[in-house]
Design a protein around this ligand. Structure first.
Ligand code: GLC
Length: 521
C-alpha cells in the first residue's frame, strides 16, 4: 500500500536510532512506549476563545518531549456540534474551527515527529453527529443514499424497539423521528446516531477516514467504544444489553490489515469498555485484531493492595497466554482523576510508580504529571451531559489569572492546584509531581527490564505490592506501600526512584503510601 511511505517522520538526532523500529525488529514501538492523552479543549488556548487548540498543543511539544513520553493520543478535534464535546463528529476529515484547521494538524504531526513524539488520533466509529451530512441525508427520505447507514426501526411512537438505554440520558437508546415515522438508535446521546457497520458502504467510508489520517502522517488510533461497532440489534423487550458480535471481530481484523500495511507501524488501541479482562483479551484476536486494548478494571480498583493484586493477576492470566500486550491507565477524560479518587497527593505520587512499573503500555492523562485533582464545578458551569467536567478542567501552565492561556476565563473552572502548583512552579521545585514523573519516565526508558521486561511477584507484607521486572542483564524491583504505616523490605538495594521527595537513599523501610523502584545490589 502506498500511504505508509508518505509519512513525514523527521526524528531529532539522538532519538532517531533508539526510536527507529528497524533497530528493534522484535519489539514494536508501542510495546515500550508511554502514551500521553491530550484532551484538546483543555490543554492550552492560544486564540482567547477559552477552548484549547492544536496550536496550543504544538507550543507545548518541547515540554512533552522533556517530560519523556513517547506518543500523544489526541481526543477528537474534528468538526463537531460539541453535544458530546467532539465525540459527536460531523466531519471526520476536517478540524473544527475551534481547534484550528488541517494545516495546524499537519504541522502538529510533523513537529511532534521532530520532537521524537508519535501521534495517535481518536477514531469514533460507532456513531456520528446527527448533523453529519450522512445522517442529514439519511433522514431526508426513505430513498436517501445514506438511509441504511444508520439503524432505523418501524414501530409505535410510544414503545421503543428494545430496552437498550442511552449512556447519558438515562432514557431509551432510541429516538422517534416523527417526520420519518421511525425510531433511530443511539447508544449515547440522541445527537449521536449509531452507524450500521453491517452496511458495506459504511465500512468503506469509515476505512477511508483511517486512510486519510494515516496519509496525513499519524501513527495510530485510539478507537472509541470499539467493542460495539458490529453489534446486532435485536428487537423485543427481553433482549440483553448490547454485546460484542462476531462482525466486530471480523471488522477489527480488516482494520488491522489496513493499518498494518503502513510502514510506520501504526497502532490500534481500542476502548473496550467491558469490565471483564477475559472479554477484553478477546479483542486482541490471534494477534490479528487490536494491538492494544484498554482494560478498565484496574482504573476502578480502590487503593487496596489485595484488590490491585487481583486485577494484575487477571491481566497476567488472560493476556500472557495469548501473547497480548497489556495496557494500564489510571485517569482519562471520562473518569474522576485518580488523585481525587485516591484522596491524597502521597497516594497519587505512589500511583505514578505503580502505573509506570507494570508490564505493558501505560497511558497518562494530561495533567496527571502535575498531580491535578478534579475541578469543583459549580452548578451553573456544568456543561457535560455525562457529568465528566471535573476531570476536563484546563491545565494551568503558569501563574494566574490566565495560567498561560490566552484568557483567564476558560470553558471550565481551573483545577484546585492552579494557584499553588502550576507547571511553571513545579518546574522550579525538584520535589514536585512533574519532576517525579520526569525521573520515573527517564529511568523507565533507560531500563530494558522496566520497559518491556518480564513481570514476577515478590513476597511482601500485607498491604504492600512487590514485584520484579527482569530483562537479560537488568533487574528492577517495584514496591508500593498502600498502607498508612511504614514497612520494612529485606535485601540489599539502591534507590532508583522514590515517590517520596524526602527519600534520597534506600533505608530498607518504605514510608506510608510510598512507592519505590529499586536496583538490586
Ligand atoms: C467514549 C469516550 C467518551 C464518549 C463516548 C461516546 O466512551 O471516551 O468520552 O462520550 O465514547 O463517544
Amino acid at each position: 500500500m502506498s500511504g505508509g511511505a508518505m509519512t513525514d517522520t523527521t526524528w531529532t538526532p539522538g532519538e532517531a536510532a533508539a526510536r527507529d523500529p528497524r533497530n528493534h525488529p522484535d519489539l514494536p514501538w508501542w510495546k515500550s512506549a508511554v502514551i500521553y492523552q491530550i484532551y484538546p479543549r483543555s490543554f492550552l488556548d492560544t486564540d482567547g476563545d477559552g477552548v484549547g487548540d492544536l496550536e496550543g498543543i504544538r507550543r507545548r511539544l518541547p515540554y512533552l518531549a522533556e517530560l519523556g513520553v513517547d506518543a500523544l493520543w489526541l481526543s477528537p478535534f474534528y468538526r463537531s456540534p460539541m453535544a458530546d464535546f467532539g465525540y459527536d463528529v460531523s466531519d471526520h476529515c476536517d478540524v473544527d474551527p475551534l481547534f484550528g484547521d488541517l494545516d495546524n494538524a499537519r504541522r502538529l504531526v510533523r513537529e511532534a515527529h521532530e520532537h521524537g513524539l508519535r501521534v495517535l488520533v481518536d477514531f469514533v466509529p460507532c456513531h456520528t453527529s446527527d448533523l453529519h451530512d450522512w445522517f442529514v441525508d439519511a433522514r431526508s427520505s426513505p430513498d436517501a443514499t445514506h438511509r441504511d447507514w444508520y439503524v432505523w426501526r418501524d414501530g409505535d411512537p410510544s414503545t421503543p424497539p428494545n430496552r437498550w438505554m442511552s449512556a447519558f440520558t438515562g432514557g431509551p437508546a432510541w429516538t422517534w423521528d416523527g417526520a420519518n415515522g421511525k425510531w433511530y438508535l443511539h447508544l449515547f446521546l440522541p445527537e449521536q446516531p449509531d452507524l450500521d457497520w453491517h452496511h458495506p458502504e459504511v465500512v468503506d467510508a469509515m476505512f477511508d477516514v483511517l486512510k486519510f489520517w494515516l496519509d496525513l502522517g499519524v501513527d495510530g488510533f485510539r478507537v472509541d467504544v470499539v467493542h460495539l461497532i458490529g453489534k446486532d440489534v435485536p428487537d423485543g423487550h427481553d433482549v440483553p444489553d448490547p454485546e460484542p458480535a462476531p462482525l466486530t471481530h471480523e471488522l477489527l481484523r480488516r482494520m488491522r490489515t489496513l493499518v498494518d500495511a503502513y510502514a510506520c507501524e501504526p497502532v490500534l488501541v481500542g476502548e473496550v469498555y467491558i469490565m471483564s479482562t477475559r472479554a477484553v483479551a478477546s479483542f486482541y484476536g490471534r494477534g490479528d485484531e487490536l494491538h492494544l486494548a484498554f482494560n478498565f478494571p484496574p482504573l476502578y480498583a480502590p487503593w487496596d493492595a489485595a484488590a490491585w493484586r487481583k486485577r494484575i493477576d487477571r491481566v497476567v492470566e488472560e493476556l500472557d497466554p495469548i501473547g497480548a500486550w497489556p495496557t494500564w491507565v489510571l485517569s482519562n477524560h471520562d473518569n474522576t482523576r485518580h488523585r481525587s479518587r485516591y484522596g491524597s497527593a502521597e497516594k497519587a505520587r505512589a500511583a505514578a510508580l505503580l502505573l509506570l512499573g507494570l508490564r505493558g503500555t501505560p497511558f497518562l492523562y494530561a495533567g496527571e504529571e502535575l498531580g491535578l485533582s478534579n475541578a469543583v464545578i459549580p452548578a451553573d458551569r456544568r456543561v457535560d451531559p455525562g457529568g465528566r467536567d471535573g476531570c476536563r478542567a484546563p491545565i494551568p501552565w503558569s501563574a494566574g489569572p490566565d495560567h498561560g492561556w490566552a484568557t483567564a476565563n476558560p470553558w471550565l473552572p481551573w483545577p484546585p492546584e492552579a494557584d499553588t502548583a502550576d507547571a511553571a512552579a513545579q518546574e522550579a521545585d525538584p520535589g514536585s509531581f512533574l519532576h517525579l514523573y520526569r525521573r520515573a519516565l527517564a529511568a523507565r526508558r533507560r531500563s530494558p527490564a522496566l520497559r518491556d521486561g518480564a513481570f514476577g511477584w515478590l513476597r511482601s507484607r500485607a498491604g504492600v505490592l512487590a514485584w520484579e521486572r527482569t530483562a537479560p542483564g537488568d533487574r528492577r524491583v517495584v514496591l508500593v506501600n498502600m498502607t498508612g504505616k511504614a514497612v520494612t523490605f529485606p535485601g540489599a538495594f539502591t534507590l532508583l526512584v522514590s515517590s517520596s521527595p524526602a527519600d534520597t537513599t534506600w533505608s530498607g523501610t518504605l514510608g506510608p503510601w510510598t512507592a519505590v523502584w529499586l536496583i538490586p545490589a
